[in-house]
Each structure stands twice: as C-alpha cells, then as structure tokens.
Design a protein around this ligand. Structure first.
Ligand code: NCD
Length: 315
C-alpha cells in the first residue's frame, strides 16, 4: 500500500505517524536532531534553513509543551510561524476542517502542524493539501503523536546509547494514549528487544500484545530490571464511564513511587511526556529525583521538531 507520508522518492513528505516509517528515516531524524541540540547551546540560537517559510500551528485541542516547542523550533529555523488556537472558534461558526485549511493555504502556508481531538484529522489534511505543503501530526485523538514518540527515542538514545540491548516499560493509561502508540511503534522499529506495558486491564487496548509488547498488571514485576520507564498521564478527559475504582486505589498499584523505582535497574531513566499528575500517577520524589529526565525530554523536543521540519522542507 502507498505510504501517504512518503513522496515518490521515498522521502518524508508529511509526518503523520511512526507506524509504517522505515527505520532509516527514524534514525535520520534522530541524527539530524543531534546537530540542532548544538544550535540551542549557541548564543545565537538560530539557523536560516526555513527562512521565508510560513508555518501554521493549527491547534484544535489545548497544549502547552507541544505547541510552544513547535513554535520555538520554527523560530530557531528562521521560519515565520503563526499560532492558531482554534479551539472551537471557526468550527463553531460552521466551517469545516478542510475549509479552514484551504483558507490558510490561500495565505501561502508552507507547513501545517496539526493537533486535533479526532483520530485521522492530520491524514485528512495531508491528503487534501497541494503537493508543496507539508503536514505534521502534533497529536490526533488516541491515534498518534509522532514527534513525542521521536523525542522520547532521542532522549533514550542520549542516556542509553544502544537500543538493541534495552528493556523499556510504558506504564499507565495506554488505552487512551496516542503517545504510547507512537512510542511502541518507534521502539519496535529501532530494534528494542523488550517492550513492556504495565497497566490494569481496563486501561489497555484489546490485543495490545499484537503490537509487540509484553503485558504486566503487576507494576513491581513489570519494572524488574528495566532500563527506562515511561509514565503516562491518566487521560480522565478521554474516559467514558469509570474505568478505575478511585485515584487512591490507582496510585497504590500503579503510582510511580521511589519504592517501585527500586525494582528497575539502578541507572534506569524516568520519563513522562507531561503534563504530569503528581500524586496520581507519579510521586514528586521520582518526578524530581536524580533518575528523572522529564525536563530534558522537553528540551530535546525542540531539536527533534527542528529536525522534522527541516527534513520535510527539504523533500
Ligand atoms: C501528551 C498529549 O497531548 O498527547 N502530552 C504532550 O503532548 N506532551 C500526553 C498527555 O496529554 O497526557
């Protein structure tokens, strides 16, 4: 089947999901991001790669980190960036998603960065736009959040180097998490031999094992000897009906405390895509502790987003 993300030369044209991306492209993004980390350490944190390009940040759903780091990344590449917090505004006036996009394309947009509550929204836009316009999925429903998956891989590589020797655990609300899905695809494509998901049955998608993961319901067993732990936020806004007995009960079994961290390898890193719910899925002592790389994830996110935008603009 034709991959809508690639052009006829097999180059990345849009970034919509990690699923289906060749390993070579994933590695190329991570390698390119390395060079942009160095840019951020300079006094003048700017390169002229996207000078004159118009990038539209199209956020139909709230976001702090993702929207801001995309904006900073675009600015560091010298692009002109326009932020639209559409929420429900033009849509509440009855405009369709594609009409909104057409109007922005008429303003000579070169790239759209799209966050939308509906799975598949960025695919729809990518299929619709003119060939010179690039689309980046910044999170669609429960489906995918590829730049988050990539920045998490970048972070793991920075601290652990070789993917092919790692044991990585993803803990919490996998069912509602586009981040978990993108991470699982990325870890698989990069050759991580053991990917674990740790969650109660009610927060796991049916047949999650088919994604190439081992399932644990007991967090202590699941954390044993892992090299990296990725915590997920409880996505209360996406839960319909009660999937959990209570927040207190959840914390007891799946809250990440120092006691539980002691079961991972002594040099295991602790990650979280944010926003964190302290005292619900993670204890402050772990979130702020010596093994936490939660804030470096945010910093690396800028370099990874610069890498994706510059690669797309060059295709
Ligand atoms: C995530 C998201 O929005 O998908 N956050 C993020 O992008 N940093 C995860 C979440 O909301 O829990």
């Amino acid at each position: 089947m034709e991959n809508p993300q690639l052009n006829q030369h097999g180059e990345l044209r849009h970034l919509l999901s990690i699923e289906g991306l060749p390993a070579g492209i994933v590695r190329h993004i991570l390698d390119t991001a390395e060079s942009f980390v160095a840019v951020a350490e300079r006094e003048v944190k700017k390169v002229p790669l996207l000078r004159g390009k118009a990038i539209f940040n199209l956020f139909f759903e709230n976001s702090t980190r993702t929207r801001t780091t995309f904006e900073i990344a675009a600015k560091r590449l010298s692009a002109d960036v326009v932020n639209l917090n559409i929420g429900a505004s033009s849509q509440s006036k009855g405009e369709t998603l594609l009409d909104t996009v057409d109007n922005l394309a008429a303003m000579q947009a070169d790239m759209f960065i799209v966050r939308h509550g509906q799975s598949g929204a960025s695919h729809l836009i990518a299929r619709h736009v003119a060939p010179h316009i690039h689309v980046i999925n910044a999170g669609d429903g429960r489906h995918a959040h590829p730049t988050q998956g990539l920045l998490d891989m970048f972070t793991i590589r920075r601290y652990k180097q070789d993917f092919t020797r790692l044991r990585v655990a993803i803990v919490g609300d996998v069912l509602h998490s586009r981040v978990a899905r993108s991470e699982i695809h990325a870890l698989n494509v990069l050759g991580v031999p053991e990917i674990r998901v740790i969650a109660p049955k009610t927060l796991l998608p049916a047949e999650v094992e088919q994604m190439g993961v081992h399932v644990y319901h007991d967090m202590i067993k699941g954390l044993k000897d892992v090299d990296a732990v990725i915590m997920l936020r409880l996505q209360n806004e996406r839960m319909r009906g009660a999937l959990l007995p209570s927040a207190h009960e959840y914390y007891k079994y799946y809250g990440f405390t120092k006691d539980k961290l002691a079961h991972a390898k002594p040099d295991a890193i602790v990650m979280h895509p944010g926003p964190m719910n302290r005292g619900i899925e993670i204890e402050s002592g772990v979130a702020d502790g010596g093994q936490s790389v939660i804030l470096p994830q945010v910093t690396f996110g800028i370099a990874v987003r610069m890498a994706v935008m510059s690669i797309l603009a060059g295709s």
